[in-house]
Design a protein around this ligand. Structure first.
Ligand code: CDP
Length: 226
C-alpha cells in the first residue's frame, strides 16, 4: 500500500472537546493507529520545564522537538525512558504547550515525525492542524467542538479521575485563554476547514459521537468502493 493510499481520519478542535477520547475509540474500533499530536507539544513543554529552558528560545525548543526521545505504547507515554503519561496532562504543561505551539520552527520540526504515524491499515489523529497542515489528503476531516462550559466540566472530571487537583472556574478561564491563543496565532490556527465536517458534542454522549464518526467514515468508504 502506498503511503498516500493509507486512510487517515483527522479530528481537530479546541481544548477539552473530547477529541482524544473519540479518536482513540474510533481507532480501536477500526483497528487503526492513533496519533495524539497534542502530546508531542506537551512533551516539549515538559522537556523545557525539566531543563529550566527559556521558553522564548525558539531555536532551543525546536532542537528539543527534533530530538524528542519519546515513545507511545498503548496508553503509556514516555520521555527519555521515564513514564510521563499523567505528568504531561497537567494544566501547566497544557498552557506551556499552547505557547510553544505558536513557534514556527517547533511546528516545522514536528511535521515529519507526525506524518510517520501514517501506517497500514490506517490512522486516526487528533489535534489542531491535522486536517489543514499535516494530513491535507485525509479521507475524513472532522472539527469536533463543544461549549466552553461543558469542556471545562469534562476537563475537571478527567483531571480529578487522574488524581490531579483542579477547579472548574480556573479551568474555564484557561480553556478560554487557550482557545483564543490557538485560534488567533498566525501559524496553523485552530479553525474549521472548508473540507471538515462539524461535530458539536455539547449534548452528545461519547458513544453517540463515536457512532457519528464511524458512520461518516463508513459512508465515505462505501462511496469510494463503487
Ligand atoms: O487536550 P487539549 O486539547 O487541552 O490539548 P492538546 O491537544 O493536548 O494540545 C496541547 C496544546 O498543543 C494545544 O493548546 C495547542 O496549542 C497545541 N497543539 C497544536 O498547536 N497543534 C496540534 N496539532 C496539537 C496541539
Amino acid at each position: 500500500m502506498q503511503t498516500n493510499e493509507i486512510p487517515v481520519i483527522t479530528i481537530d478542535g479546541p481544548s477539552a472537546s473530547g477529541k482524544g477520547t473519540i479518536a482513540q475509540l474510533v481507532a480501536k474500533k477500526l483497528g487503526f493507529h492513533y496519533l495524539d499530536s497534542g502530546a508531542l507539544y506537551r512533551l516539549i513543554a515538559l522537556k523545557a520545564l525539566q531543563s529550566h529552558a527559556n521558553i522564548e528560545d525558539q531555536t532551543l525548543l525546536a532542537h528539543f522537538a527534533r530530538n524528542l526521545n519519546a515513545s507511545f505504547e498503548d496508553e503509556t507515554v514516555s520521555l527519555d525512558g521515564r513514564v510521563v503519561t499523567n505528568e504531561i496532562r497537567s494544566e501547566q504543561c497544557g498552557i506551556l504547550a499552547s505557547q510553544i505551539a505558536a513557534y514556527p520552527p517547533v511546528r516545522e520540526a514536528l511535521t515529519e515525525r507526525q506524518r510517520a504515524f501514517r501506517q497500514p491499515p490506517g490512522l486516526v489523529t487528533d489535534g489542531r492542524d491535522m486536517g489543514s497542515v499535516i494530513f491535507p489528503d485525509a479521507i475524513l476531516k472532522i472539527f469536533l467542538t463543544a461549549s466552553a462550559e461543558i469542556r471545562a466540566q469534562r476537563r475537571h472530571k478527567q483531571l480529578i479521575e487522574k488524581g490531579i487537583d483542579a477547579n472548574i472556574a480556573d479551568l474555564l478561564q484557561d480553556i478560554q485563554k487557550r482557545d483564543d491563543r490557538d485560534s488567533n496565532r498566525s501559524i496553523a490556527p485552530l479553525q474549521q476547514g472548508m473540507d471538515a465536517r462539524l461535530l458539536d458534542t455539547t449534548s452528545l454522549t461519547i458513544s453517540e459521537a463515536q457512532d457519528t464518526v464511524l458512520s461518516w467514515y463508513n459512508e465515505i468508504f462505501a462511496k469510494n468502493r463503487v
